[in-house]
Unconditional design. Structure first.
Length: 225
């Protein structure tokens, strides 16, 4: 756990007084939230796309503002499952990518906090491209995925015998390919399907990635203008 401290210090150094910040999901963002508790002098406005992060922040005594009450975010911090060297990301496991994208688009800087090994030349095929879809569109979307030769499965809930549901009540479909060389075109095709609400592919949204290796060294990747 000690090797995470430099990562949090690096993230904290970016936060200035009176800023509006977004805290996404994941363990690293949770650690950042814990560190922010001792920085009350910053007088931050904090929002989050994550119900779990909201609950955790409130347990720490941090006030959370609803995102729909904020028109601008200075810094949005988030985790990811896979990141390529062009700073395109897959954010699939959490299943809240719709709200994460909304916050990312509101932010001046969208900053990923992640282990160094998650940054690879191409996105990892072990991580699915996840679709949030309306349930009534399930069958035609599945047919379209078959035509694109994508293996896919509707995500199941962990607690009950049924489908996993997003905060909006929609379904999640995890799509797999042998590689993601053509993910931009695949994603563009999928987003045009009726019933697809959002995908977990984040293209041209990440502006900075702060990563840490097993020795605790910090590696930063910034989006070139």
């Amino acid at each position: 756990m000690i090797f995470l401290v430099p990562l949090i210090e690096e993230a904290l150094s970016l936060i200035k007084p009176q800023m509006s910040i977004s805290l996404g999901g994941g363990s690293n963002v949770a650690k950042l939230a814990s560190a922010i508790v001792s920085q009350s002098h910053l007088n931050l406005t904090i929002c989050t796309p994550s119900e779990a992060t909201k609950k955790y922040c409130e347990s720490l005594g941090l006030a959370i503002t609803n995102t729909d009450e904020i028109s601008h975010i200075d810094l949005a911090f988030d985790g990811c499952d896979s990141l390529d060297t062009n700073l395109n990301a897959l954010k699939s496991n959490g299943g809240i990518h719709l709200f994460e994208k909304i916050n990312a688009e509101l932010a001046d800087e969208y900053i990923i906090l992640a282990p160094f090994q998650r940054v690879t030349k191409q996105l990892s095929p072990q991580i699915p491209l996840t679709l949030e879809i309306m349930e009534k569109a399930l069958i035609p979307i599945q047919k379209a995925l078959e035509q694109l030769h994508l293996k896919h499965e509707v995500r199941l809930a962990k607690e009950i015998a049924g489908y996993a549901r997003t905060p909006s009540g929609n379904l999640l479909i995890d799509c797999y390919s042998s590689n993601w060389d053509n993910i931009i075109n695949i994603n563009n095709s999928l987003t045009q399907l009726n019933g697809v609400v959002a995908t977990s592919f984040f293209e041209d949204l990440v502006t900075l990635a702060i990563t840490f290796d097993e020795l605790g060294n910090i590696h930063k990747f910034r989006k070139e203008d």
